[in-house]
Design a protein around this ligand. Sequence first.
Ligand code: GGG
Length: 331
Amino acid sequence: MIKITTIPGDGIGKEVISSGIAILENLDLNMDFKEAAAGEECFKKTGTTIPEETIKMAKNADATLFGANTSVPGEKSPILTLRQSLDLYANIRPVKSYAGVNSLFDNVNFIIVRENTEGLYCQVESLLDDKTIAQRRITRKASERISNSAFKIAKHYKKETVTCVHKSNVLKKTDGIFKDSFYKIAKNYPNIKTNDFYVDAMAMYLVTNPEKFDVIVSTNLFGDILSDEAAGLVGGLGLLPSGNLGDKKGLFEGVHGSAPDIAGKNIANPIATILSIAMMLDFLKEDYYGNKIKTSVENILKQGKIKTPDLGGKNTTKEMTEAIINEINSL
Ligand code: GGG
């Protein structure tokens, strides 16, 4: 029995997780789903954005599926708390062009590997009179392990080059360590090419030559910002999946947020979650089903008959989900 904790959260999180469960229930797998609360709605009901019980349920599951959460001013972000509590230090975000999708580029295929536990996401900020300070913690340990994840991914997917993105000309100590750690770990992978760019230059290269990149490793905030830019290259956030991985645990979520403007309308694109489920199944060593899901999504996008509004169509979340289920069953 595979134990899955689901955390739908807020906004479109509920709709896309319900699509995700429909996809999983259709597979010939023995799975048990337990739902846990987190986010703005949970805060209104319980006074906390992430109850201890939710963290416990994520720790006890074989994998966790996360929808999205709306941030509550002054309160902890549930997703950051989960990443830190479960030490899910690697945020893996594959970015790919799909045939049939109207996008800026049709030849993109890279993976962003984002450090997930420190940087500006420590959630340590202070206010003294009119002076505010945010802590940007970068350690050798976390920098080396995320570089190692990036090289392992490059090796696994037979990618040629790993690119380190930083701003060490300004953040000399913090990003100095990040860059040094990258080149230290690179020595263990002599067959993989390396290069590094400042984040501002990288922001430009992604819109001029995105096809040149294979695996990109960066700190927490830079990795997040580049992910949204990358989504813009290939058709939007509705298509970008992600996995938050530690040494033992995995939590999977679309890169998008809770999108309150379209929540509850049955028009959110479920593909980011469905592709995150494919990543989850690979993580659970059920890659036969993971591959089936990926192929089905590719086929549906290529056929172009069913499109949610973000892809230029008028179909609903449920219609897209049903089309992908039918495609899976036809393979
Ligand atoms: N920009 C898309 C979005 O809002 N994604 C949700 C998000 O930012 N989550 C926090 C994170 O991934 O660090």
